[in-house]
Design a protein around this ligand. Structure first.
Ligand SMILES: Nc1nc2c(ncn2[C@@H]2O[C@H](COP(=O)(O)OP(=O)(O)OP(=O)(O)O)[C@@H](O)[C@H]2O)c(=O)[nH]1
Ligand SMILES: [Mg+2]
Length: 502
């Protein structure tokens, strides 16, 4: 298949056909929007666009309604009448579960949506996070740097410049990045226990209408292959263990795996991939796209083969990476890959937009970041025909790429080179992937977590009361159907992207 392959529409309707396509859709609103947009983009690219008709659209499984139903059942489980039923049962497990239920339920309802940043040391996790949160508060360095887990939590009450750091029950408030970074380093340098929590306003990472539904929590982890970690612990890599443990505990979170575009081979990756593959095989439908792979430091990427076009070279590199992490296809796993340069995004967000003062003497880290920015600009300038560089190869739906291309052209017209370069460096595409993921899955995941807090209790007690569990059974059926449909649409989209890539 060639690059001109445009997906479904062309597959179903031949290029010279003069008939239209009538589509019946049953599913969630968000999937419908996605699907409709994809088909419209495909159609607009045809020489003879056909008439697309969306009819008999049946929007099912509305999140808010489902939330209401799960709550309704939970309230029933809390009643005295129900408690009496539990008391009458003999099982100790049931009683223990029932005792834990209110707390578990409350936690699931308050739901934090975790995004875990894992990967090799010095691959740029902390730099990526600084760019993502629009602050410069996580220490970054060319040597092994992060040595404990740091959680960055959304706090809607904080203003754009405000930061709160929580460590061992102490709260420190800052209104500028420098002070916070200083405190962060001070705590890291002491060999004390405990993880650091940062609170900032992360509104910009939420899709519209989702801010009140859960808290986004970004988690920075130490590099899994860190030399420092092994040396200090008799050769055992504690960092890897911490991270694997975290990965297991957060079996519903989004996982962002970071490596360098030009250096990703390491023994620890293999173990990681085995874990991830095993986990993802257990997961149904769309939850699979909770794993995202970032190939960072794209500004360092060199292409040695002059006979090939730039497009071909990136594709070859991407395929080599896919072969590596899937062990040449042995691991059944479809990775979503994003080439990025966090340094470029960091420079644009913090230095150019936020006007950070970089004249801080002999700062090698800053100089290195600036070098990356310059280098990237040179690459972009060299390829005059390059439209949107890394964003073009990001594993996002086609309509997103259309958006980047249009935006890029508009910025170039306005002669805003910074904004144009920002699109090219790939971070915007990655941020969109986060938003899309949240919009599509975070809420169903929350509902499912709530359901899980009493599913077992209800199953057990159901031997007594049929009426209440009927609601539960229906709910479970709906959840399953819902996931099935998401999975199917996702598969179609992947198919489209895959064929396009060939
Ligand atoms: N050239 C280039 N360098 C980068 C980029 N992103 C990060 N770096 C540099 O890579 C080094 C490591 O970055 P960190 O963000 O500390 O990496 P990390 O993954 O958090 O490292 P650990 O915490 O030690 O695991 C720093 O010197 C960064 O400036 C990038 O996109 N391009
Ligand atoms: Mg780090």
């Amino acid at each position: 298949m060639s690059d001109e392959w445009d997906g479904f529409v062309n597959e179903l309707v031949s290029t010279d056909a003069n008939y239209g396509l009538s589509i019946k859709f049953i599913g969630r609103q968000i999937d419908y929007d996605d699907f409709k947009r994809s088909l419209e983009v495909q159609n607009s690219k045809r020489q003879n666009p056909i008439k697309l008709e969306f009819r008999e659209t049946e929007i099912k499984y509305e999140d808010d309604k489902m939330w209401g139903k799960v709550r309704e059942v939970a309230e029933k489980v809390k009643t005295d009448r129900f408690k009496k039923l539990v008391d009458e049962r003999k099982g100790e497990n049931l009683k223990a579960a029932y005792e834990k239920f209110p707390d578990d339920y409350k936690k699931a309802e308050e739901n934090e949506f975790n995004i875990l940043f894992v990967g090799l040391y010095s691959s740029g996790k902390s730099t990526i996070l600084n760019a993502l949160i629009r602050h410069d508060i996580l220490p970054t360095a060319q040597k092994t740097c992060t040595d404990r887990i740091c959680k960055i939590k959304h706090n809607e009450k904080l203003k754009k410049n405000q930061i709160r750091l929580v460590y061992q029950n102490n709260k420190y408030n800052f209104d500028n990045d420098e002070e916070c970074l200083k405190k962060f380093k001070e705590i890291s340098e002491k060999n004390g226990d405990g993880n650091i929590e940062i609170q900032v306003n992360l509104s910009h990472l939420y899709p519209k209408g989702f801010e009140n539904k859960f808290k986004i929590v970004l988690i920075d982890t130490p590099g899994v292959d860190s030399g420092k970690s092994s040396m200090e612990n008799n050769g055992t890599n504690v960092h890897k263990d911490i991270t694997l443990e975290l990965l297991k505990k957060n079996n519903k979170s989004m996982v962002v795996f970071c490596a360098e575009a030009a250096r990703y081979e390491a023994d620890s990756i293999s173990k990681f991939m085995d874990d991830i593959t095993a986990q993802s095989e257990k997961e149904k439908g769309g939850f699979k796209d909770r794993y995202v792979f970032l190939l960072n430091k794209g500004d360092n990427l060199t292409f040695d083969d002059d006979a090939k076009t730039d497009d071909e070279k990136i594709k070859i590199k991407k395929n080599a990476f896919i072969d590596y992490i899937t062990d040449n296809g042995k691991r059944k796993f479809v990775p979503r890959i994003f080439y990025i340069s966090a340094a470029v995004q960091y420079w644009i967000s913090n230095v150019i937009y936020n006007k950070k003062n970089v004249d801080s003497g002999n700062n090698t880290e800053m100089r290195a970041l600036e070098d990356s920015y310059d280098r990237f600009n040179k690459i972009i300038a060299k390829y005059k025909d390059k439209k949107y560089y890394f964003a073009k190869y990001a594993d996002v739906p086609g309509y997103r790429k259309e958006e980047y291309e249009n935006k890029f052209n508009a910025e170039m017209k306005k002669d805003d080179k910074t904004k144009a370069v920002e699109i090219q460096c790939g971070m915007i595409a990655f941020e969109d992937a986060i938003k899309d993921y949240i919009e599509r899955y975070a809420f169903p995941i929350k509902i499912q977590s709530m359901l899980e807090t009493y599913e077992y209790i209800l199953d057990d007690v159901s031997k007594f009361i049929r009426a209440d569990t009927k609601t539960l059974e229906n709910l479970k059926k709906e959840m399953e159907k819902n996931q099935g449909i998401q999975g199917k649409i996702k598969k179609n989209q992947e198919e489209i992207e895959r064929k396009k890539g060939k």
